[in-house]
Design a protein around this ligand. Structure first.
Ligand SMILES: O=C(CO)[C@H](O)[C@H](O)COP(=O)(O)O
Length: 150
């Protein structure tokens, strides 16, 4: 499975860790930066690039990282077709896939250990959408709004 990933400076170490672990696990990782640590970098262009890559390639998933994950989630969600969910524990990561069919997960690198971050991300990547009608119906309502049909 192809995974798109991006971070700003605040989760640079977490991104490096995830790229290494997920590559070992057999995932095809596309790294959208930041490619070097720069304490003054800005997250929006990095997260939007990651979101655009996910939206352009259905079936892929994305990981956006920052200090809290909040701004990263907000930026990724500006991309048409992106459903980005903030996950700070494995239960949220699981629900993001099962109920929301999220295609991007946002994590705060300052909010958990590297190993906890990996567990959250692996849960997100390993959990399928439930396909339950009520969840599909609600997602379709959001998509209709996004498409200007509601
Ligand atoms: O999480 C973030 C946005 O939601 C950023 O990573 C965070 O705001 C960066 O903070 P600073 O510039 O103080 O290192």
């Amino acid at each position: 499975m192809r995974i798109h990933i991006a971070t700003d400076h605040a989760a640079f170490e977490l991104k490096q860790y995830l790229v290494e672990r997920l590559t070992e696990d057999g995932f095809d990782i596309v790294d959208h930066g930041a490619s070097v640590y720069d304490a003054a970098d800005d997250y929006p262009p990095l997260m939007i690039a990651c979101g655009e890559a996910v939206a352009a390639e259905p079936g892929t998933l994305g990981i956006v990282l920052g200090g809290s994950g909040n701004g990263e989630q907000i930026a990724a969600n500006k991309v048409r077709g992106i459903r980005a969910a903030l996950a700070y524990n494995v239960e949220l990561a699981e629900l993001a896939r099962q109920h929301n069919d999220a295609n991007v997960v946002a994590l705060g690198g300052r909010m958990q250990t590297l190993e906890e971050g990996y567990d959250i991300v692996r849960t997100f990547l390993d959990t399928p959408f439930s396909e339950e009608e009520r969840h599909a119906r609600r997602i379709a309502m959001v998509e209709a709004y996004e498409a200007g049909r509601s």
